[in-house]
Design a protein around this ligand. Structure first.
Ligand code: 0RA
Length: 693
């Protein structure tokens, strides 16, 4: 009833701005009665949604709503809810008390009429004041109808009036049973076990609801007591700050970006608008919107107005203060949502609830009202709190940058088929085979090496992709940044698998992917980066053994017409020794005398100081020893022979462990802060127990 009942204008100072229509003394004649309660018991779900736990709790919300209405009208400052043994619920308020005078139409007490008759379309009379909840504004009569027993006790006109009901039917007339010096209403009810499949009220659900209502009904004291529990549970709520306190509570465990919570509570065009907001370092948005204290899960016009005003005001301020330059794009709605905690609560005279769950506010005028209130108050807030404003704007600009980067990435890759449709990169020298199981892709560092590899390869099954320039500064985790890099983009297209959620290993075009880089620092760096890329974005390729590292030789040892290669310093020693021995043997065979002494032990090529530096050539015992600086120094034939010919090459198959190690090295190389952070956590682990409170 109350959400739709006519009530007179407040006679005493209201707790909240009253939305009461002026004039129109309340009287029983304003109640238009339509029908009895049989339909409610026949089809309870039509009134309370269902007859399970949700519907059960709905009964409580309905009773509490009536008291809240009385509070919002400015006549009630306390609401006490008690859960009693036997799942009996009692709600007491200190409002004016439900009228008990005679109702003209029914010739019965107003109290009895309210409790026993179902009103049509949720509307009673006309001089209706404000809040009429669309969700649980079904009326106390519905609660009575679905309760095995119910009692109404009204303190009014110096008396205590009572009436008892069984399944919605009064046991007797409303009668006075004593004197009262105060005013108020107490409703006690026990849900009917014939109707409900669940009878147990959930303490936590009730507690949360009451807390939420207390936030939304600023200045009203509410208590919840569970007398079924031993010891008895009791909570009392009183939020002077209203929805500002709500925001504060939601952000209590978060890192806040600024100190002063934005708050406004103003009326515009008959709509009461109460909004609080604050930014945290969260990446999500935490926002709840309410219309007449009903949580509008699906949002609606109040939310639309809020979003429009917030985005517009922040953009205007950011431009005015130069945070956004002329060339910069506006902050989007999404940008200003990141890290936002907000409560939007409106009180509307005739709310229209729409949508799937009737939890969306449809009144178009509410959008205008919310926008008007927020445009003004947000501008004032930003001007008055420049430091808070700066933190907020900086936070949203950061979100904007991340969004733009993410958009690029999405467009480039994650949209289905984005890479599939792309033609193979021009610099890829593909192989002629289309059989992936025999095909190989050489990822080669640098153009000159790429040139040698192209000439030296067996083009029937070997493809060459030269990577050019600096791919060193690519950020590892950010897909979008990686993809801004043309080299990496080419690689992904060449692989054919796509990436991210669209990765498909069956599309892999080469079953051997071979990283071939120089044996110097830059080469190591690029190899590390590539390993990191594969580790993070193509771990399956590593797991299935598709990734290899080519092992080009470090030295070329030439003696006459024969050339040998060494892949390490030890090997060079061996090769040099071997060649010398061969030379000695040959000399001995050919009887060239002993004019020149044979090399003794320890005199072999083992003297490292005489070995060539990278790129140099040195003669050791008549041998020409060349140390390769880069792959580019090898001619195509040499490259084939040493590194690419399946019959003679050496390759290392990459394991997930190798790649993980590269990933760690990458962190160190790129100066990401993970390593010091790990160190910190390790050192302080004992003192940091409750990181997440
Ligand atoms: C209509 C008129 C008046 C009070 C109420 C309804 C009322 C309803 C409920 C339900 C629970 N608690 C309530 N408190 C008040 C007051 C009319 C008058 O005093 O003139």
């Amino acid at each position: 009833m109350s959400k739709s009942m006519a009530k007179k204008a407040p006679a005493k100072a209201p707790i909240q701005q009253p939305l009461a229509a002026a004039g129109g003394e309340y009287s029983a004649k304003q109640i238009t009665v339509l029908q009895g309660l049989e339909p409610v018991r026949k089809r309870p779900s039509m009134y309370i949604g269902n007859t399970a736990s949700e519907g059960l709790h709905h009964l409580i919300w309905e009773v509490v709503d009536n008291s809240i209405d009385e509070a919002m009208a400015g006549f009630c400052t306390r609401i006490d809810l008690t859960m009693l043994p036997g799942n009996v619920v009692r709600v007491t308020d200190n409002g004016r008390g439900i009228p008990v005078d005679m109702h003209k139409q029914t010739k019965k007490s107003a109290l009895e009429t309210i409790m026993t008759t179902l009103h049509a379309g949720g509307k009673f009379g006309d001089g209706g004041y404000k809040v009429s909840g669309g969700l649980h504004g079904v009326g106390l009569s519905v609660v009575a109808a679905l309760s095995g027993e119910m009692k109404a006790e009204v303190h009014r006109d110096g008396k205590i009036w009572v009436q008892d009901y069984v399944r919605g039917k009064p046991k007797a007339k409303v009668k006075p049973i004593g004197k009262a010096s105060d005013t108020g209403t107490t409703i006690t009810f026990k849900p009917d076990s014939q109707i409900f499949s669940v009878l147990d009220y959930d303490w936590q659900v009730v507690l949360d609801h009451l807390r939420q209502q207390a936030y939304l009904t600023k200045g009203v004291r509410m208590s919840v007591t569970d007398e079924r529990a031993k010891p008895v549970n009791r909570y009392a709520f009183y939020f002077e700050g209203g929805v500002k306190a709500y925001v504060q509570n939601l952000d209590r465990a978060k890192v806040i970006k600024h100190d002063t919570i934005f708050y406004v509570n103003k009326e515009s065009d008959g709509v009461q608008v109460e909004v609080a907001l604050q930014y945290t370092d969260d990446i999500k948005e935490t926002l709840f919107s309410f219309a007449n204290n009903i949580h509008t899960v699906e949002g609606g016009m109040h939310l639309n107005g809020f979003r429009a005003a917030l985005t517009r005001r922040l953009n205007a301020y950011a431009r005015k203060q130069g945070y956004l330059k002329e060339k910069d794009e506006n902050l989007s709605g999404e940008d200003v949502r990141e890290g936002l905690t907000a409560i939007i609560s409106v009180k509307v005279k005739e709310p229209q609830f729409e949508g799937q769950t009737k939890a969306k506010l449809g009144n178009a005028e509410v959008k205008t009202a919310v926008e008007a209130v927020l445009n003004e108050s947000l501008s004032a807030y930003l001007d008055e709190h420049p430091r808070d404003a700066q933190s907020i704007i900086e936070k949203t600009i950061l979100a904007s940058r991340a969004r733009m980067a993410a958009r690029t990435a999405r467009e480039a890759v994650l949209r289905k088929g984005a890479l599939e449709g792309m033609t193979l990169p021009g610099k890829l020298a593909d192989c002629s085979s289309r059989d992936a199981s025999e095909s190989e892709l050489y990822i080669v560092e640098g153009d000159s090496a790429g040139g040698s590899a192209k000439q030296g390869r067996d083009r029937s099954f070997q493809a060459i992709l030269p990577l050019r320039g600096k791919i060193l500064n690519v950020e590892k985790a950010r897909l979008d940044k990686m993809l801004a890099n043309n080299e990496i983009k080419s690689l992904i297209i060449a692989l054919g698998t796509n990436i991210g959620e669209h990765f498909a290993v069956e599309r892999l075009r080469y079953h051997r992917i071979i990283i071939m880089t120089d044996a110097d620092v830059d080469g190591a760096h690029i190899r590390t980066l590539l390993l990191t890329l594969f580790y993070r974005h193509f771990p399956d390729l590593i797991r299935q053994g598709h990734l290899y590292i080519a092992q080009p030789p470090l030295y070329r040892i030439e003696k006459g017409k024969t050339a040998r290669y060494a892949y390490s310093d030890e090997e060079l020693k061996k090769v040099v020794d071997e060649l010398k021995r061969l030379k000695e043997e040959k000399r001995a065979r050919e009887g060239q005398g002993t004019g020149r002494r044979a090399l003794g032990v320890g005199e072999t090529g083992g003297d490292v100081s005489t070995w060539p530096e990278p790129g140099e050539e040195t003669k050791i015992a008549g041998m020409n020893v060349q140390r390769y600086k880069g792959l580019g120094e090898m001619n195509p034939g040499q490259l084939w022979e040493t590194t690419m010919d399946p019959a003679s090459r050496v390759m290392k198959r990459v394991t997930l462990d190798d790649a993980a190690a590269a990933d760690r090295i990458f962190d160190i190389l790129m100066g990401s802060e993970v390593a010091p952070r790990k160190q910190f956590i390790h050192t302080h682990a004992k003192s940091v127990k409750n990181l997440d409170i």
